[in-house]
Design a protein around this ligand. Structure first.
Ligand SMILES: Nc1ncnc2c1ncn2[C@@H]1O[C@H](COP(=O)(O)OP(=O)(O)OP(=O)(O)O)[C@@H](O)[C@H]1O
Length: 880
């Protein structure tokens, strides 16, 4: 018997913060800069004194939180956390380290290049298009609320008075905003609409073009008159006709004649640069990945595969992966679902197969859908569904639900908790029954917990039913429901995927946010947090046992969630970079962090996964299984009853004898995994064998990464530093903490063609960007940032390396280090002298020759390896 999870007793340390400085004060409190001790990231805590607020103002503060927690965009300040302590409201958010657009404008003495203006306008329009699409209007667009980062990114902030537009009435009430940016319709008492945001953005554009206010007046009344009159001084003819007519159209007195944010992004002057600006925003935002993005990006391509999907199963006594022979080339499996003791799979022909592995005299209750109570040990086709195309299947503890191509939802098995959604008239349903309820609401996806169901319709509505214990139905209570109930989704989030754990429920939203409800035991929903070090505040511990309604998992607001898996006592998510983050119990090492210690928060899994992207993830009872882009399958955690598909042990003897806290590869050979499912102690996997694969290196970002585009808010420094806690066995943590080399290298990376866009770089703290100096700009930037961002030891090594570089030093470097140095030198600037100011011309020449030689050797080496791989493959093929 394994030890009980309840015996976890160690206390782990809370997230703590170190005060850095007060950034400034608003009407109701201060914005304070802190450093998070855990990962050295810089964050802003906005402290709002609720005692000084009236009822409406309190609502506004809550409003800012609701809106910020909904938004996830590269050009909008990210929201991380909030709590109320006595009369103070604390909101944790992303720090924009480059001042405001206002600061930048007032410190400029000459007109900006049009390209710079377009760069900022693009980012602001992109942020506005994003919020407008959600039905949110900002209502206070002004240069003071447009924050900048030192690398030239825009971060729209201060959503204090923003609002959701009501669908019935496209106007929001009350006149608000800052007088200078108020549109004529607002001045005339009309209500705010999204075209009023466009007017304000037009004023911002005008300010960037002229470096002066759009409308000037000595008092508000005169200002109102000026705005209504609508006469503005002409913009300099040095700017293109396109941009001058754009500002005119944005400042059109008639709101309907103003372009929308989407219209602005579709203008030819934007479209010309759109792709490169999108990419730049993405790259700058993911600056923690600079080393990877700017240096070669590695991707694995399967060259020869078995061209056949096979299914393997393990657990429940089967210690190694067992191939299910039923699924042959003619019956190739497409999707698989594991329950406690029964399983289901769909083939490419859209036929459903079910089977069981009953232990301890458990009786069948119809969960296989074969019309009887027999326990089929091998996969058996569900003939009752012949003629319908089954698209997706999910297994509960003793029931099954499946979705058909035309959106129908079928259910069978036990209806004890009402999980079949039929109203509970029958206890056991032996053959599939179509749920009439959804005849008008075609189904997209279904997920089953032990005794509850989550269903997502093609209209984006979420329904839940079954057992309501711990609030896992998200309906505001613990009541059970035997028919589908529509769930209220907070802040108008749009749901993309549903996922159910035994007693927990998750929703992944299009915004990349994760919503959860149900039992938070062991923090498996990620809701618990501990905060210490905030000014004059004691350590705050938030231990949330359960949630009755779907709520944002704030601890994951830094990540763009693409996958989630719910185990019995722990959970995991994968972000848009393919990074794996785990939370919940670590009793059996199921978090994969190299130890068995409890964790309060969310931890990134490093080790062998650090250089790979996780593409499939599943969590069972105390164990985790993943598949990566490099075609490896790993498992870790509790190995009892064959859960891990292999025998691993780090603990010698005792209750943890069969546990491993480190991801362990399962299959000897490579596999492309298309589907993975774990429940209880079972795992099912659909995989195609890889007979030969190639590692490709390219100098561009991963196409997959670009696919996520601009919409994803990827917090750079916090994310990269998240790794610090996992450094023990993280092999790439050193290279991750590198500030954007494009800060300086932007122009040198781009060519002169009109299609390539070079964004300007903000230098608020430096004397002048054009300052004559032998110091390379990237280094100046790094030093500039260093005031608040401590440079980890890995960085020191790199910079020391750069300084001390000589042909001899290169010669004596181990090959990987040497390649890294060469990559760094080449990435940052073609001019080597910039990097080694002390080097004389002769040394530079020698270095260049050395680099060329290295490159040649590298190519030869690669060719040799490829040749050997081919020979091995041919031999293998001959042998087989
Ligand atoms: N996320 C952030 N990153 C960087 N600076 C910030 C951030 N949030 C606020 N600040 C700065 O902190 C100062 C105070 O901000 P705060 O939002 O509290 O007040 P405000 O916007 O100036 O006034 P109010 O909200 O009352 O209109 C401002 O100077 C602002 O530029």
């Amino acid at each position: 018997m394994m030890a009980s999870e309840d015996s976890d007793s160690e206390i782990s340390t809370p997230s703590s913060y170190t005060f850095v400085r007060v950034l400034g004060s608003g009407a109701f409190g201060e914005a304070v800069l802190y450093q998070k001790t855990e990962d050295s990231s810089l964050v802003v805590w906005k402290e709002v004194n609720l005692a000084r607020l009236n009822e409406k103002q309190r609502r506004d503060s809550q409003n800012e939180i609701d809106i910020l927690s909904l938004l996830n965009h590269a050009n909008i300040v990210s929201y991380y956390n909030h709590f109320v302590d006595e009369d103070m409201l604390f909101i944790e958010m992303e720090y924009a380290n480059g001042g405001t657009l206002y600061d930048k404008i007032i410190s400029s003495s000459k007109l900006w290049p049009e390209q710079d203006i377009l760069w900022y306008l693009y980012q602001m329009s992109s942020a506005l298009a994003y919020i407008h699409q959600y039905g949110i209007i900002h209502r206070d667009i002004k240069t003071l609320n447009i924050f900048l980062t030192k690398v030239g990114l825009v971060k729209l902030g201060d959503f204090g008075i923003s609002r959701f537009l009501e669908p019935t009435n496209q106007m929001a009430d009350t006149v608000v905003g800052t007088p200078y940016y108020m549109s004529p319709e607002l001045m005339q008492g009309e209500r705010y609409n999204n075209k009023s945001d466009i007017w304000a953005l037009g004023c911002v554009l005008y300010e960037m073009l002229t470096l002066s206010r759009t409308f000037q007046a000595s008092n508000p009344l005169k200002l109102a008159k000026e705005v209504v009159k609508g006469e503005i001084l002409a913009v300099s003819k040095t700017y293109s006709d396109d941009i001058r007519s754009l500002v005119d159209s944005m400042l059109n007195k008639n709101p309907e004649d103003r372009p929308s944010a989407d219209d602005i992004l579709a203008l030819p002057l934007m479209v010309r640069h759109l792709a490169s600006m999108e990419q730049k925003v993405y790259e700058l935002n993911s600056s923690s990945r600079r080393a990877r993005l700017s240096a070669a990006y590695t991707s694995v391509v399967s060259v020869v595969t078995s061209k056949m999907c096979e299914m393997y199963q393990w657990g429940g006594g089967k210690i190694t992966p067992q191939k299910l022979e039923v699924f042959t080339k003619e019956k190739s499996p497409m999707q698989v679902a594991s329950g406690h003791s029964h399983f289901a799979a769909i083939t490419f022909e859209k036929e459903l197969y079910t089977w069981a592995n009953l232990q301890g005299g458990v009786a069948m209750v119809g969960q296989l859908g074969h019309g009887d109570l027999a326990s089929y040990k091998a996969p058996h086709r569900v003939d009752a569904l012949l003629g319908v195309q089954v698209q997706q299947v999910a297994c509960g503890e003793d029931f099954t639900l499946c979705v058909t191509d035309d959106g129908g939802l079928y259910a069978f098995g036990s209806d004890y908790y009402g999980c079949l959604g039929l109203g509970g008239d029958e206890e056991e349903v032996l053959a599939p029954v179509l749920l009439d309820y959804f005849s008008d609401h075609p189904m997209q996806e279904v997920a089953c917990g032990d005794a509850h169901v989550l269903a997502l319709t093609r209209y984006g509505d979420v329904y839940t039913w079954g057992s309501g214990e711990f609030g896992k139905l998200g309906l505001g209570s613990e009541d059970d429901f035997k028919t589908p109930q529509k769930v209220e989704i907070p802040a108008k989030q749009k749901v993309k995927h549903v996922c159910a754990g035994g007693d927990s429920s998750f929703l992944i939203c299009f915004s990349g946010r994760l919503l959860a409800c149900g039992s938070n035991q062991y923090n498996k929903l990620g809701f618990n947090s501990e905060t210490s070090g905030l000014r004059k505040r004691k350590t705050k511990t938030f231990d949330i046992p359960f949630k009755h309604t779907f709520s944002t998992v704030k601890s994951l607001n830094r990540y763009n969630v693409t996958l989630v898996a719910a185990g019995k006592t722990h959970s995991g998510i994968v972000d848009s970079f393919g990074y794996l983050y785990m939370f919940g119990s670590n009793k059996f090492g199921q978090l994969g962090l190299g130890d068995f210690k409890p964790r309060t928060g969310v931890s990134r899994v490093g080790g062998v996964l650090a250089g790979q992207k996780v593409e499939q993830l599943a969590c069972g009872d105390g164990f985790t299984v993943v598949a990566t882009n490099e075609n490896h399958v790993y498992s870790w955690g509790n190995g009892d009853s064959g859960r891990l598909g292999g025998m691993f042990s780090e603990q010698g003897s005792g209750p943890k004898a069969m546990c491993t806290a480190i991801p362990r590869p399962i299959f000897g050979s490579m596999h492309v995994v298309s589907c993975l499912s774990c429940r209880h102690w079972n795992t099912l996997i659909i995989a195609e064998k890889v007979l030969n694969q190639k590692t490709l290196k390219s100098r561009v970002s991963s196409p997959k990464m670009l696919f996520h585009g601009v919409g994803g808010s990827i917090s750079s420094i916090p994310e990269c530093q998240q790794q610090v806690s996992n450094q023990k066995f993280s092999d790439d943590s050193s290279s991750d903490f590198v500030l954007p080399d494009d800060i300086a290298g932007y122009d040198s990376h781009t060519d002169d063609s009109a299609d390539v866009f070079s964004p300007p770089v903000s230098h608020p703290n430096s004397a002048s960007p054009s300052m004559e100096s032998s110091m390379p700009t990237w280094l100046a930037e790094e030093l500039n940032n260093a005031e608040y961002i401590p440079i980890p030891s890995s960085f020191n090594q790199v910079s020391m390396c750069d300084k001390a570089i000589t042909p001899l030093a290169l010669e004596n470097c181990p090959l990987p280090a040497m390649t890294e140095i060469v990559d760094k030198i080449k990435d940052r600037s073609p001019d080597l002298k910039l990097h080694i100011p002390t080097a004389n011309d002769e040394t530079i020449l020698e270095l260049k020759a050395k680099i060329e030689q290295l490159e040649k050797e590298n190519t030869e080496l690669k060719q040799l390896v490829a040749k050997q791989a081919d020979i091995i493959t041919q031999l293998r093929l001959q042998n087989s």
